[in-house]
Design a protein around this ligand. Structure first.
Ligand SMILES: NC(=O)c1ccc[n+]([C@@H]2O[C@H](COP(=O)([O-])OP(=O)(O)OC[C@H]3O[C@@H](n4cnc5c(N)ncnc54)[C@H](OP(=O)(O)O)[C@@H]3O)[C@@H](O)[C@H]2O)c1
Length: 260
């Protein structure tokens, strides 16, 4: 299938590794000119040939700096992937251990980064009849599978996608949400990441934890999702091949979510 994305321009947040990096690779392979942002500009991101911006996207200033540089570099934005999320505060702590500062940081990164980037990109997206994909999580639908603040922030992000699609659809902008289940990224596979912390809480060594994830999470395909599979879905939704798909939440979880 030809996605026909050549000559388009894109901004991808959280692009240094994981789903964001895979998305930058998928889009550059399609001939898209990409600006990718994270705090750490990894060698893998630089290797994609994308223009890179180092910014803390949990702050208004960081998002403003990224979007201003992206508009200058690309001359306009056709495609926006609000992928940044999870981050430093991804911790398996309960409600009483989540103070106001923690809630604010989680919402800044997982929700307000997308709000701010979208606000800055919209004039260009409207002019170019562009497309947005927000990367949420199945935690939006089954909140107990993630930390309390993270699940709430992702639920808000999923709702935001719907309202943006409604308001800007008549102006030619499509907005979709991609909600992954567990994906093979450092969030799970880094022993110091969220997966490592959850394993420690369960009194399990990390390797055993990773092995038992599919049955324990009810993943009927028997494996977690690869970042490239999420990136392919994002690229499809951004493209005109998906021209009449908007305001929808696309789950990619190997069958984890059991509701219809
Ligand atoms: N992995 C999963 O199982 C899974 C499941 C459902 C949803 N998701 C969602 O998918 C998205 C990507 O997740 P992932 O697993 O690919 O994450 P990841 O592997 O941890 O990568 C996150 C990327 O975002 C960047 N980042 C984190 N905090 C940042 C900040 N404050 N400012 C700028 N960049 C920042 C990281 O680089 P720096 O730290 O160097 O900045 C990195 O490049 C997230 O929204 C996550 O919630 C993931």
């Amino acid at each position: 299938m030809d996605l026909n994305l050549t000559s388009k321009t894109a901004v991808v947040t959280g692009a240094g590794r994981g789903i964001g990096l895979a998305t930058v690779r998928a889009l550059t392979a399609e001939g898209v000119r990409v600006v990718g942002a994270a705090r750490t500009l990894t060698p893998e991101l630089k290797d994609t040939g994308a223009h890179t911006v180092s910014a803390d996207l949990s702050t208004a200033e960081g998002v403003a700096a990224l979007m201003s540089e992206a508009l200058d570099t690309l001359g306009g934005i056709d495609l926006l992937v609000n992928n940044v999320g999870a981050g430093d505060d991804m911790d398996p702590c309960g409600f009483l251990d989540t103070d106001d500062a923690h809630w604010s940081r989680v919402f800044d990164l997982n929700l307000l980064s997308a709000v701010r980037a979208t606000r800055a990109a919209l004039p260009s997206l409207i002019e170019r009849r562009g497309s947005i994909v927000n990367v949420s999580s199945i935690s939006a639908r089954q909140p107990t599978s993630g930390p309390v603040a993270y699940s709430a922030a992702k639920a808000a992000l999923t709702a935001l996608g719907k309202t943006l699609a409604e308001e800007f659809g008549p102006l030619g902008v499509r907005v979709n949400t991609v909600s992954p289940g567990a994906v093979r990224t450092p969030v799970w596979v880094d022993p110091d990441g969220y997966g490592g912390k959850v394993a420690a809480r369960a009194g399990m060594d990390h390797a055993t934890f990773l092995e038992q994830m599919p049955p324990a999470f009810g993943i009927v395909s028997g494996r977690i999702t690869e970042p490239e599979e999420v990136a392919a879905l994002i690229a499809f939704l951004l493209s005109d091949v998906a021209g009449n798909i908007t305001g929808a939440d696309h789950i990619i979880d190997g069958g984890t979510v059991k509701t219809a």
